[in-house]
Design a protein around this ligand. Structure first.
Ligand SMILES: C[S@@+](CC[C@H](N)C(=O)[O-])C[C@H]1O[C@@H](n2cnc3c(N)ncnc32)[C@H](O)[C@@H]1O
Length: 395
């Protein structure tokens, strides 16, 4: 006997967070947000650099493996593609289960294989078993084939535990498109717009203060035709290693990386930058798909405090008339408009219009709407994201 799972409305939403989103967006948009946030983005962007002449061939490759693909109307180095799905999962009764942690489950839900570190339990699972993969809330996210016995998964500690046979969605990855070693990466359209709106020019000195793993750093370098001096800082050594590898692999010039805390570094640096990209850690409530929402609203406030400290540190490092792009992949007012409001009220900044605007919504502060970009699942075909451009006024 088989059981079918429709995969819809499976997300778990903590009451406090539901109320928070309803207050922020109103009931109608909040409902659309929760519906869309539990699915992958409707559109994915494949960003090609250096080998621009191959873009049409890559577009064909994507189509040949069953994905829609179209070069963006305005930006000739990106291809817009879409996930496949939604597929219905069917399970045999008494099928063995593999429990995976909630974050891993979100990747598996959109086609990723099951990696050993994400496995919480796989009791009695043997090599070649067809298993039902469920998250910690017991919601199914895929049907998979075990590549190892449970005991061997524990011994190995890393690698692939099971191959994904069917999940509700399938998003393309570089390997599948044959682009493993090719100068290309998937990023969202708002992430692409973040760097392009900083408008890096050759010979400028630019700081990317929360840079790793560095997709935006590489884009800034591309936009300045390798001629801006880019200082990329990140607190995480592991994440920075990823950027260092890409710099070496693609022989990127004029990017210097530094592992460190920008708040501390700013106290001793005397250098001044023309432009700064601030893409700080955030509550990541725009990321899709998100199947479990257990956000603590207190945490949002403490993250916002940290973001203000990073903004303050960057202010010290920016020339008069210099430009900041501030971006997050979250939807909260505290981490977005309120940070910008703080920069205009308590620091010496004005908000300036961006040249590349694709978002459709805005949220007011004290009845005033800043010319910023706010992307909202349920309205935009992408993740929840925020971009603001600030100019430092002469003191
Ligand atoms: C949203 S991620 C950046 C993503 C990156 N801009 C990209 O596009 O690939 C935020 C990063 O900020 C780093 N970070 C957090 N606090 C920091 C600090 N005080 N100074 C420098 N980096 C920090 C984290 O290690 C993390 O890599």
């Amino acid at each position: 006997m088989t059981h079918t799972h429709s995969n819809s409305n499976k997300s778990v939403i903590r009451k406090e967070f539901r109320e928070y989103v309803e207050t922020l967006f109103g009931d109608i948009l909040a409902k659309d947000y929760f519906e869309k946030i539990s699915t992958p983005m409707e559109e994915y962007t494949l960003h090609i650099f250096q080998k621009y002449e191959l873009i049409e061939r890559i577009e064909d490759n994507l189509r040949q493996i069953g994905y829609e693909a179209k070069v963006h109307n305005e930006f000739p180095n990106i291809i817009i593609t879409k996930p496949k799905g939604q597929f219905t999962l069917e399970f045999e009764e008494n099928m063995k289960e593999m429990i995976v942690d909630n974050r891993a489950a979100e990747m598996i839900y959109q086609g990723s294989d099951i990696f050993i570190p994400g496995v919480k339990r796989a009791n009695k699972v043997k090599v070649n078993d067809i298993v039902k993969v469920i998250n910690q809330e017991k919601n199914p996210v895929a049907k998979a084939q075990a590549l190892l016995n449970h005991h061997d998964m524990l011994v190995k500690g890393k690698g692939v535990a099971a191959r994904n046979l069917l999940s509700p969605f399938k998003v393309p990855n570089l390997q599948e498109v044959g682009l493993d070693d090719f100068p290309a990466y998937f990023q969202s359209l708002p992430a692409y717009l973040t760097s392009i709106n900083l408008e890096p020019e050759p010979n400028e000195k630019i700081l990317d203060c929360c840079a790793a793993p560095g997709n935006k750093t590489i884009h800034l370098n591309e936009l300045s035709k390798n001629k801006a001096t880019i200082i990329a800082v990140d607190k995480s050594k592991n994440r920075m290693q990823k950027l260092n590898k890409k710099i070496a692999k693609y022989r990127l010039k004029n990017i210097q990386t530094k592992v460190g805390d920008i708040v501390k570094l700013s106290k001793s640096w005397s250098v001044k930058f023309d432009k700064i990209l601030i893409d700080p850690p955030c509550s990541s409530l725009g990321l899709r798909p998100r199947l479990v929402h257990n956000v603590d609203v207190k945490l949002i406030k403490s993250i916002a405090k940290y973001q203000k400290a990073i903004l303050f540190a960057c202010d010290k490092l920016l020339k008069n008339n210099g430009t900041i792009i501030y971006s997050t992949c979250t939807i909260t007012k505290e981490e977005n408009e309120e940070i910008i409001h703080h920069a205009t009220e308590n620091m010496n900044y004005r908000v300036v219009k961006q040249n590349f605007v694709f978002s459709k919504t805005n949220i007011s502060i004290d009845n005033f709407v800043f010319p910023v970009q706010r992307f909202t699942p349920g309205i935009d075909h992408t993740l929840g994201y925020f971009i603001a451009k600030l100019q430092k006024l002469k003191s």
